[in-house]
Design a protein around this ligand. Structure first.
Ligand code: ZN
Ligand code: ZN
Length: 178
């Protein structure tokens, strides 16, 4: 069966990407995959923005079959951006480093406690697995773009305006230049 967008029939399904519930009646994206555990197919459910950000290829395969009220233009643009910048769909939000023990996946140096870091995930075997962190300042090197704030706001909705301003400043200040 093809991928689908439809209103959620209950509020019980969780989004495969952000792990938060999808509200009853909210439009959701269903990615069809061969059933890993037997015959037939299974459906991975996503919030629409989570699908556009995290699963751009299947999301764009859906074009033309969505309900007209899904307002897909900006989401499709976000998905195309993820295809053009192949590592960008790995981005899963920003936070201050809770310890000083993780190494940056881009520059390989330690990320100091309290520094802004960007979280990475890898989609493997139908799940998003934690893939480590990079310095916010290493974003340009790693993602080949710094046009990332919409995704950071989406996946780290708890961040305030001050936090977002600090992250934006870090994205604009590559470590190599420090
Ligand atoms: Zn989600
Ligand atoms: Zn780094």
């Amino acid at each position: 069966m093809p991928h689908i967008i439809e209103p959620a029939s209950s509020g019980r399904a969780k989004c495969r990407s952000c792990d938060k519930p999808i509200a009853k009646g909210e439009l959701r994206f269903g990615e069809r995959q061969p059933n890993a555990f037997g015959d037939g197919e299974m459906t991975l459910w996503f919030h629409l923005p989570c699908a556009a950000y995290s699963r751009p290829e299947p999301f764009l395969e859906l074009q033309g079959t969505a309900p007209p009220d899904a307002n897909l233009e900006s989401l499709a643009a976000a998905a195309h951006f993820g295809l053009e910048h192949r590592r960008v769909p790995r981005l899963h939000g920003a936070e201050r480093a809770t310890s000083g023990r993780a190494h940056c996946r881009s520059c390989r140096e330690l990320i100091g406690k309290g520094e802004w870091r960007l979280a990475l995930v890898f989609f493997e075997e139908y799940r998003f697995n934690p893939g480590g962190y990079i310095h916010a300042q290493c974003a340009r090197e790693y993602f080949e773009t710094t046009d990332l704030m919409d995704r950071i706001k989406h996946f780290s909705a708890e961040l305030g305006d001050d936090d977002l301003a600090q992250i934006a400043a870090a994205l604009a200040a590559p470590r190599a230049a420090q």
